[in-house]
Design a protein around this ligand. Structure first.
Ligand code: NDP
Length: 329
């Protein structure tokens, strides 16, 4: 009962190295469901866990991979039986618990969701945590009153994973999308995903000078944080919401409280890792319903387990384009 995994080991000097290694099932961690993994993907966190660890991995040897999709092989969980197709994101799998960079994974059944109807495991991993989080952000904005026709919705870090999927989902829902990017060469890509306007990153890069600017955006999915989020808060329409997803531009928020007090602006926090089951299922079924699969296909960069050490290093340097989908077999 052996299988291949990308195993990360740490030597006496604290240096990590990752290699495809044959393991036996008795090495798998505790859990009530064993999954035959077919696909995984690559996130920034995976880059850290394949490489230096970034404080995320506590015990070595370790199998990274924060997302996976596959078929249940064995289950002691009432919700799953052998043959069921499942998806996993979050719950610190791939960080604190062995993850999806392997042909087998063993996890708590409570962490899984059924693969959404009409989606393949490969497509689910093209969405991955990045796309799932984008959907959570759009759901949060709509739960706080956003509706098509309210005006333009801003997406920051638009050419990244979260931003690309947010752009495509918002456009599919009929929103007018304004995409902020620092990479002018991605304009055609973003327009193809459904962005109606491209905003150069430099336009929003300066720190706040006036706490209120003209009321421009009906909503915002923000993957960048930092000075850009602070600027955006002052440009929101009265009562509008910003979904704070990421910190690609920094974790500080050099803002004033004026937009909250004088315009009733809402700042909504989005966490994908500990999201409850019902909200996960709602997000995945909405993704399956809304995501234009041809656009998703265009984002895919295929990879294998042995490509991951190089790809992991590349993503930490911002050198990965599109969505990496790992076929672990
Ligand atoms: P990517 O690296 O794919 O995308 C981030 C994008 O942000 C880049 O493509 C770039 O977009 C833009 N960007 C990068 N650096 C800067 C900068 N210094 N200033 C302004 N913009 C910048 O990452 P993801 O899309 O996967 O993730 C985005 C963020 O969301 C990350 O911080 C990630 O940690 C976080 N995240 C949070 C989750 C949660 O649960 N809350 C889940 C998943 C991700 P462009 O080239 O278009 O300018």
């Amino acid at each position: 009962m052996s299988f291949n995994a990308l195993l990360v080991t740490k030597d006496e000097d604290g240096k990590t190295s990752a290699a495809v290694t044959e393991l036996t099932e008795d090495r798998l961690p505790e859990g009530d469901v064993t999954v035959a993994v077919s696909h995984s993907t690559l996130n920034y966190k995976d880059g850290l866990c394949v490489g230096p660890g970034g404080g995320l991995v506590r015990n070595y040897p370790h199998v990274p991979g924060v997302d996976f999709a596959g078929t249940v092989e064995r289950s002691d969980h009432p919700g799953y039986k052998p043959g069921d197709k499942v998806v996993l994101t979050g719950w610190r799998v791939g960080e604190a618990h062995w993850g999806g960079y392997a042909q087998k994974a063993r996890v708590k059944g409570d962490w899984l969701v059924p693969l959404p109807e009409g989606m393949t495991a490969r497509q689910a991993m093209a969405v991955g945590t990045a796309g799932f989080t984008a959907m959570l952000a759009v759901n949060a904005l709509e739960d706080h009153g956003l509706a098509p026709g309210d005006g333009p919705v801003l997406v920051t870090g638009a050419a990244g994973g979260v931003g690309s999927v947010a752009t495509a989902l918002l456009a599919a829902l009929g929103y007018e999308v304004a995409a902020v990017t620092g990479r002018p060469e991605t304009e055609a890509y973003l327009r193809d995903l459904g962005a109606g306007r491209i905003i150069p990153r430099a336009d929003l890069a300066e720190t706040v000078k006036r706490p209120l600017e003209s009321e421009t955006w009906a909503g915002c999915v923000d993957a960048v944080g930092g000075a850009m989020l602070a600027r955006v808060l002052g440009q929101m329409k009265y009562g509008a919401s910003v979904a704070a997803v990421g910190l690609a531009g920094g974790a500080q928020l050099p803002a004033t409280v004026i937009p909250f007090l004088l315009r009733g602006v809402n700042l909504l926090g989005i966490d994908s890792v500990m999201q409850p089951y019902d909200s996960r299922v709602r997000a995945w079924s909405r993704i399956a319903e809304l995501m234009p699969m041809d656009k998703l296909e265009a984002m895919i960069q295929p990879a294998t387990l042995s490509d991951l050490p190089d790809l992991g290093a590349a993503i930490l340097k911002g050198g990965v384009k599109g969505r990496v989908v790992v076929d672990v077999n």
